[in-house]
Ligand binder design. Sequence first.
Ligand code: ZN
Length: 206
Amino acid sequence: MNESEILDIYQKVGGFRAGHFVFVSGLHADTYINKNAVYPYTGEISKICLDIANKFKGQNIDVVVGPSTGGIILSQWVAHHLSQIEGKDVYSVYADKDGEGFVIKRGYEDIVKNHTVLVVEDLVTTGGSLKKVIAEAQRVGGTVAGAVAVVNRGGVTADMIGNPPTFISLLNVHLEQWPQAECELCQADIPVNTDVGHGKEFLSKK
Ligand SMILES: [Zn+2]
């Protein structure tokens, strides 16, 4: 799939919205990405994950690891498709949130150990979570062969996530955001969206 096909899917399910948004960081923007909007549509998720599986065909992936929460769903579908493509059991496990980090537990560490691992994540902004999950997979004895972000909105590169041999982003989005004082939408009195993001809190403090 090319970038515009991925973008089409996210737009179709309402994952990309134009308007006037306030993020938790306090910054304002004209675009909001709701990565979770796509998960109810299993057909679309399956298509995206088949695309990821095809990109790692023949690379001996044994286990797909996704960080909680969205990554779990991706991990399941990618492993399912890779199992069919490779004609073997490719396992799907997930990393639990653990304070600011991630931990592979529940016995999944034994599945990752001494195996070739693919790490999948839905949205990266700084790449921090992906970097932590890659490090965790290595800590429990896995060999990370690659990492995937479905949407990369922060220009994240392989060196920002610990240099896995392959890092693929299916859709790269350049997201403009500004402090409130520089927000042209505020200056133009465009109403702040209160359905998503931090708009409601912003307005209540005004
Ligand atoms: Zn604004």
